[in-house]
Design a binder for this molecule. Sequence first.
Ligand SMILES: *Cc1c(COP(=O)(O)O)cnc(C)c1O
Length: 401
Amino acid sequence: MSDPDRSRPGPFGLHTRAVHGPNPESSGPASTPIVHSATFGFDGLDALNEEQFKGRAGAYYQRVGHPTLYACEQRLASLEGAEAALLFSSGVAAVAAAFMAHLRAGDHVVALHQCYGGTHDLLEWGRERLGWQVTLVDAREPASWAAALRPGTKIFHVESPTNPMLCVIDLAEAATLARARGARLTVDNTFASPIGQHPLALGADLSIYSATKSIGGHSDLLAGVVMGSDAAIREVWRVRKTFGGLPGPDVAWQIERSLKTLPLRVAAANAQALELAKRLTAHPAVASVAYPGLEAHPGHVIAARQMSLGFGPVLSIDLRSAAAAEAMVNALTLFRHAPSLGGVDSLVGLPAHTSHIQLGADGRARAGIPEGCVRLSVGVEDVADLWADLEQALAKATVTV
Ligand SMILES: *Cc1c(COP(=O)(O)O)cnc(C)c1O
């Protein structure tokens, strides 16, 4: 396999690090042993303290960190080129821990209108309970961001590409702006995956994931990740230890196993998403296609510069009316109607009924989400089968309306 990412540190290429982890060993088990123990025994106080003071790297008590989890975290950090990675029991637990770690009561945070719905819920909760001051900016209007960031701003939180309209944020520009104001840039990199985009290398302080999506990749587990420097992660680890939301040994092992094929899965799904985006652009029932891999997309040039292995598995189409969108989703068979993305299995969803239901029709219009919007997450099935499914469903949607 060729390595699209030779600039990363260390002697091994991306695919080798995915399969073997950062420290390949030729002897011993080929698969990381699952250590189920909730606690660990020691010969004496010195040995106990030595292990305890290793923190997340120790085998001391499972809530602090545990060997199966730590092996997975090291493999994740190596894939992103981060000093450290921390796993959480969900993506929202990861975002919440990143915010809790770096915001005090009353601090100011700037985020995108287009952020994940759960992140909006978290910001609202922080506003209510912790006095966080929250300013939202539009992903499509980078010229407006500078005015929103003020001297007391502690976090600028972005996603790229965004859900569901795939707006692209220039991450290097966002990092420069945050740094100039003394704020940290946190990036929810779920849509791109840790190998499809490297926010830390572009100047971000933390990169955050729902590992439920591409990292897990098989629609069979819930988890989250935060990556960054040792110093930035130390505070996040304190939050994890305090609130206690981390995956157990079985899920940690499942995630590590998934990482071995992450580059293969991401490259395959991204290539199919681009192919389907092109075919959908030419289809008469489709008013427009939002996908950063298309040259006509407003964020294409930035995406081409900052993404690798393609442009992500998600694309959105506008079918001109809510009725047509609903008819299409009901007619699809291979694309499962389910609220997730980034897995080997193709999924479809109506943002007006799921991720963006709370915005209402007016809010969706302001966010640039048409009522005929259908979001597709493309998997690794045969592209001919996926296209046949889309064509038959589009035919039914056109007849219905
Ligand atoms: C799914 C998702 C989350 C939340 O992750 P969970 O694992 O469902 O808690 C956060 N951000 C983005 C961009 C997502 O797609």
